[in-house]
Design a protein around this ligand. Structure first.
Ligand SMILES: [Zn+2]
Ligand SMILES: [Zn+2]
Length: 132
């Protein structure tokens, strides 16, 4: 299968990335993600060797080994990483053209436990027109 290239960027343009073969977009409604994003996290995971990041990132650890990355200038929420895994997640909103990435897993919060409610592979997230 050929590699699909994706570009991503923050609001001010200081932080950007080029990634190959992003996974489908997953959604997490856990308390940490709600507090971090203002509502819920929508992100796509990629192998760390398949992404090149430019710009200055401010990392914040929500707990040991788990960190969110923000553009150091505009504060855009760009990345999430579990240090024990060889992957990094890019926020769905930072992707310039999602090229119809599919819908991954949706995590909902129920009685303080994060549960996986469904994996919907038949639905597609429509590529959004970029403002450029
Ligand atoms: Zn920025
Ligand atoms: Zn979460």
């Amino acid at each position: 299968m050929p590699s699909i290239e994706y570009e991503g960027s923050c609001v001010c343009g200081q932080t950007s990335y080029t990634a190959f073969d992003l996974n489908d977009i997953s959604y997490c409604h856990c308390e940490q993600c709600r507090k971090m994003t203002g509502h819920f996290m929508a992100a796509s995971q990629v192998s760390r060797e398949n992404i090149k990041i430019k710009g200055k990132i401010k990392w914040f650890y929500t707990h040991e080994g788990s960190r969110h990355g923000f553009c150091d200038n505009c504060g855009a929420n760009m990345f999430w990483q579990n240090d024990s895994k060889p992957t990094i997640s890019v926020t769905a909103g930072s992707i310039d053209d999602s090229k119809e990435l599919g819908l991954g897993t949706i995590y909902l919060l129920k009685k303080k436990d994060v549960i996986i409610i469904s994996t919907l592979t038949s639905l597609k997230v429509r590529a959004m027109a970029t403002a450029k």
